[in-house]
Design a protein around this ligand. Structure first.
Ligand SMILES: Cc1cc2nc3c(=O)[nH]c(=O)nc-3n(C[C@H](O)[C@H](O)[C@H](O)COP(=O)(O)O)c2cc1C
Length: 153
């Protein structure tokens, strides 16, 4: 069984968890990077005109740098990201739209500033058509993440 950990992280928190997880379960890893990297100003959600708000409220897709070669070979794809506005950031939706998820097991994990996982899985579903979301969890700790994922593989 071949597993991929794909993650987006704007400020490093999710990246650290994804790296720990990938090492512990021996998965491949792919960083979901927007073609235009986020600056600190882009992330300042308190500014109504900041890029993050324009993308969210304009319902914009966010082009992703690079493409995973041989996506077909993965049986399970773990997707990690920060919670933005209560769910997955638009760049994660755009990433998911670029692949065929038929018959794949999908595991979602997120970090946040305090929000729960909420309806994150439901909201991502249209972008992973044909795949099966086996679980979605908000995590704060790598060990907790690793144990939970191992139970789903
Ligand atoms: C644009 C933006 C929107 C956010 N929205 C939320 C939110 O709705 N709820 C929450 O608890 N945290 C929110 N956060 C905080 C992040 O989820 C949190 O800091 C996360 O751990 C960052 O992960 P990263 O370092 O991998 O980017 C938001 C952060 C940004 C930049």
């Amino acid at each position: 069984m071949k597993v991929l950990t794909a993650y987006f992280s704007a400020e490093g928190t999710t990246a650290a968890k994804a790296a720990d997880l990938s090492k512990a379960i021996n998965s491949d890893i792919f960083e979901i990077r927007p073609v235009n990297p986020y600056t600190a100003a882009d992330l300042r959600w308190t500014n109504p005109l900041a890029r993050c708000n324009r993308e969210k409220f304009g319902n914009r897709s966010v082009p992703v740098e690079g493409k995973i070669t041989g996506f077909d070979q993965y049986d399970t794809v773990i997707i990690g990201f920060p919670i933005w506005y209560g769910c997955a950031p638009n760049v994660v939706n755009t990433f998911c739209s670029g692949y065929d998820w038929s018959n794949k097991k999908i595991v979602l994990f997120a970090t946040s500033g305090g929000s729960g996982i909420g309806k994150t899985a439901d909201r991502l579903m249209p972008y992973v058509k044909g795949g099966q979301i086996a679980g979605a969890k908000l995590i704060t700790d790598s060990d907790e993440l690793i144990e939970w994922v191992k139970g789903l593989l």
